[in-house]
Write a protein that binds this ligand. Structure first.
Ligand SMILES: Cc1ncc(C[n+]2csc(CCOP(=O)(O)OP(=O)(O)O)c2C)c(N)n1
Ligand code: SF4
Length: 273
């Protein structure tokens, strides 16, 4: 199997957490392939930002989206060809700022795709402005006196929106992250994986995460328990917070697609369900 690294020059800053995500994604895709998934059936979409550069470096097919529109693109891909495994790479600015509505609605309608959120707590590519996940007090280009807003809790937000698989990994724990990504991509429904991703240039959180992350012992008993763990003040828990089976959007709408001609609709109904 090819090594999944493209020939493009890599311009991420040395030490950036994106390297760990890249390694985990490659490991996970390798496993999927060994289990029988053809590489041609795995496609990616991305937003714009440092996270989005993974599109240049990862040697699989896809569509390089617009900033904030990575999930809009992904949903179009999935509806056009439901047999594909669609993986979306989003930044915290991209997916919870400009693209917030796409994220919430993709979760609500349980689109069968995977969103990998590169949470570096800032807008990295544009040099460190505060994002929706920047900590209170974060000092960056747009908040020189400290961010006065409290961040969203991404796990809690996506639980509330209806994501059927919700998990958190850390870019420095590559094997653990690869395992979570594997379960997320195999999950039928909207899977959301927040990845804690230090940005060495504008938000270097390695020490914080090394000291304050802990693995979940088991799947939380219910959503309330999951939410409480996601919001824990002492620890940033890593692992799967929620995993449920629910009808997925493309199957629910299949019988009601009037624009499709009869043979295409028949194929849609028989092949992809
Ligand atoms: C609609 C739109 N608004 C703003 C920009 C400029 N822009 C490009 S990347 C970026 C920030 C990306 O931040 P984030 O999504 O958090 O990704 P990161 O670079 O941190 O990985 C911005 C504001 C744009 N390209 N399009
Ligand atoms: S600016 Fe931050 S997120 Fe972007 S490549 Fe550098 S370290 Fe990584």
């Amino acid at each position: 199997m090819r090594n999944l690294i493209s020939s493009k020059e890599n311009t991420w800053c040395i030490g950036c957490g994106n390297f760990g995500i890249f390694a985990a994604v490659r490991k996970c895709i390798k496993t999927l392939h060994e289990e029988g998934t053809p590489l041609a059936d795995i496609v990616m979409t991305s937003g714009i930002g440092c996270h989005g550069k993974i599109f240049d470096y990862l040697d699989i097919s896809g569509i390089y989206g617009l900033h904030g529109r990575a999930l809009a693109t992904a949903q179009g891909v999935k509806l056009a060809n439901p047999k594909l495994n669609v993986i979306t790479f989003g930044g915290d600015g991209d997916s919870l700022g400009e693209g917030l509505e796409h994220t919430l609605f993709a979760a609500k309608r349980n689109m069968d795709i995977t969103l990998i959120l590169h949470n570096n707590g800032n807008y990295g590519l544009t040099t460190g402005q505060a994002s929706p996940l920047s900590d209170f007090g974060y000092k960056g280009l747009s908040t020189p006196f400290g961010n006065v807003e409290k961040p969203f809790n991404a796990i809690s937000l996506l639980l509330e929106a209806g994501a059927s698989f919700v998990a958190r990994g850390y870019s420095a724990k590559i094997d653990h992250l690869a395992g979570i990504l594997h379960q997320a991509i195999r999950h039928k429904g909207f899977s959301f994986v927040e990845v804690l991703q230090p940005c060495v240039s504008y938000n270097n959180t390695y020490q914080l995460y090394n000291e304050h992350t802990a693995f979940l012992d088991a799947l939380p008993s219910d959503i309330e328990h999951a939410r409480a763990l996601a919001k824990d003040h002492e620890k940033q828990y890593l692992g799967i917070f929620h995993n449920e089976t629910r009808a997925v959007y493309h199957e629910l709408i299949a019988p009601a697609i009037p624009a499709m001609d009869v043979s295409a609709r028949k194929r849609y109904l028989t092949e992809y369900q």
